[in-house]
Design a protein around this ligand. Sequence first.
Ligand code: FAD
Length: 463
Amino acid sequence: MSGLVKDLARLIGDNNVLFQPEDLLAYANDATHYFRTQLPDAVVLPSSTQEIARVQAYAYEHQIPVTPRGAGSGLSGGATPVKGGIVVDTKRLNRIVEIDRANMVAQVEGGAVLQNFHRAVEERGLFYPPDPQSMSVCTLGGNVATRAGGPRGVKYGTTGNYVTGLEVVLPDGSVIKTGGKFVKQSVGYDLTHLMTGSEGTLGIITGVTVRLVPLPPAHRTVIVVCETLDQAAEIVSEIIARGAVPSMLEFLIKLAITVMNNYVSQPLPTDGEAFLLMEMDGTPAQVESDVQTIKEICRDMKAQEVLEILDEKAAQSYWNARSNIYPLIMTIFNRCTSEDITVPRSRIPDLVRAVQEIAASVGIMIGLAGHAGDGNMHPTVLQTEINDEMAARANKAIELMIRRGLELGGTISGEHGIGIHKQEYLAWELDQVQIELMKRIKAAFDPRGIMNPGKIWVEGGAQ
Ligand SMILES: Cc1cc2nc3c(=O)[nH]c(=O)nc-3n(C[C@H](O)[C@H](O)[C@H](O)COP(=O)(O)OP(=O)(O)OC[C@H]3O[C@@H](n4cnc5c(N)ncnc54)[C@H](O)[C@@H]3O)c2cc1C
């Protein structure tokens, strides 16, 4: 047992420290499994803010890297401990502290699993819309740290639109509380939203306060089968322009539907090239009116088929299969790299065309699904083999797609964050002045550069 492990055991108890190689291996990467670079030296499983603060103060004193981790479902390598040190697994901080109906807010611990939180608020007739598709495992702290989105972003916005307050353990072990239950605040810099999207580089989020909305009383699923990717992209733009905004509007290609069909109660037709999976929510009258508008649009734009799914079980099976599309595709291909390029909605057809052209010119398969309603596409580069030639082609395709996304007025990441996966493209989107400013902010929070080092910008933060 190393000195580090002994010290950590003394600080939070020996049952709460992992150090065996097989345990360390499980914490060496996130869902981007191919980014494993180095094992952590130890993993801690604290159960309280105080325990995290003790570990953090110790790491600060000894200048040991600390990587915060929720479920490790990230798709940018953010929770990967690239410089070893301590991984802080937050999953035991999983309490839903309060659901406050009068103020329409809730307070949860940073390691609470999103789906458990959804269920708890929905049982009370309330609704927390952000819905990253990893919701069965991902944590609220991880969602805040990545500013996570999901299909409902099109109508409801993403995590950043709901966070009103945080409890954070800073790199030196001090604890701050930002914001609160109120919905507005004008008191100096907005530290709540500075922490939101900070990818574990400024501190560890131990408490989250979010606002809630009323649970919509009705919803309906509609699936549109389109002849071409272009047609699907144009229908998306028209639906939004006509104001019938679905609560979820997902874009899928034939490959995705073919995979999903193995897991749904009634298989979908696969004779189209592109598919739109939508849910409308609201009052029954609003849902009915939106469904009619969408049917009209699809008729006018000559969609191949429109399926209204009235059987709730069947609808749920399509959404479950959609949520699991990434793990399902992983069972077929050896490596899948999911991008999250986001463009202004009107440029979706251009992005879709570009992805098709890039796949053909580079000679690699690129799956295409995404939260089309908010311009956030997930072109996923699919590798049938792991070898240098395939890897070079995959990198080329990613580079070209990112370049094209920026040319279309988009961003390199709509919801996954930069982590280590997109570091080399950061300067393609942000000018040097902004990057330097971010580094100075990092240095102000973390003068010793111990907090999730090696992330966001290439040279490793403020070190
Ligand atoms: C199948 C699948 C579907 C997905 N779908 C979506 C989607 O629809 N939308 C979307 O936005 N993302 C999606 N993701 C990506 C991922 O689930 C999200 O980024 C999620 O927010 C990560 O949460 P986590 O708890 O797993 O965090 P982790 O992966 O453990 O960590 C992510 C980052 O946050 C930091 N972090 C984690 N917890 C804390 C904390 N308490 N305090 C400070 N920093 C912390 C980590 O250091 C790391 O940088 C998907 C992933 C998978 C595998």
